[in-house]
Design a protein around this ligand. Structure first.
Ligand SMILES: [Zn+2]
Length: 244
């Protein structure tokens, strides 16, 4: 991986210095390091801006991996000036948006604890997230799920990451809750996101960004549970209290 991912160690970083390695395509920036999360695992790519030495701001509208995951590319807004390879940039994250995504993403982990069924899809959004579960019986009530989610939020459980080996993951296949997304192999280590003391509430492989305690999620509720196919249920998570 050409791009060091500062946010993997500290999801609360809001700005950082980086150097341009090269321009990818028409307006893709490949940097030596970044704090912009590259889209993956249902979480969208980060946005923000890069400031040049002369003070010019370059808007970053999306961040993604190259298809072979060898580097991260931040896409500049259309019509942007292009910095030169070797140039230093000051990166600033759209923190307001990212923090909402971190809160939502962590809430999706809690939802998979409240609903311990295989996850068949997920999309984290700023205002609404959706998680699809394979639930054979439609015996789920959104008020009940919301109450149990909020109990985890109020309990203010710590959220932290630890690294396990591929072999440890193989010995604990139950850690993987997603049917379609397999944790990346090959590096020998897998990043496990844990909730609660020693991961007592939950532990699952994930490369996303999360809040450091469940209380930071704040008020959240299940806005809707839709039936998508015979055994598929789509849950929509929204911030705030349920509107009665
Ligand atoms: Zn996650």
């Amino acid at each position: 991986m050409e791009t060091e991912q500062l946010h993997a160690q500290d999801a609360y970083l809001r700005s950082a210095e980086a150097k341009v390695l090269r321009i990818h395509g028409e307006r893709g920036l490949v940097l030596d390091r970044t704090l912009f999360f590259a889209a993956g695992g249902g979480q969208p790519g980060d946005t923000g801006f890069a400031t040049r030495a002369d003070g010019t701001r370059l808007a970053i509208v999306d961040t993604a991996y190259l298809p072979d995951r060898s580097a991260i590319v931040s896409t500049l807004a259309e019509g942007s000036q292009l910095p030169a390879p070797g140039e230093s940039l000051h990166l600033t994250l759209d923190w307001e948006r990212r923090f909402k995504l971190m809160r939502m993403h962590t809430a999706c982990h809690l939802l998979s604890v409240v609903c311990p069924f295989p996850v068949t899809g997920a999309a984290v959004g700023e205002e609404e997230s959706r998680v699809d579960f394979d639930i054979p019986e439609a015996d789920v009530d959104k008020a009940d799920v919301t109450a149990r989610l909020m109990a985890f939020v109020s309990a203010d459980h710590p959220v932290f990451t630890r690294s396990i080996t591929d072999a440890e993951l193989d010995a604990n296949p139950g850690l993987v809750k997603s049917v379609n997304v397999r944790p990346p192999r090959g590096s020998g280590h897998i990043r496990l996101v844990c909730i609660g003391e020693n991961g007592a509430v939950d532990a699952q492989p994930c490369g996303g960004t999360h809040v450091r305690s469940t209380a930071e999620i704040g008020l959240i509720h299940v806005g809707k549970i839709e039936k998508k196919g015979r055994s598929n249920r789509r849950f929509r998570l929204r911030f705030g209290s349920p509107s009665v």
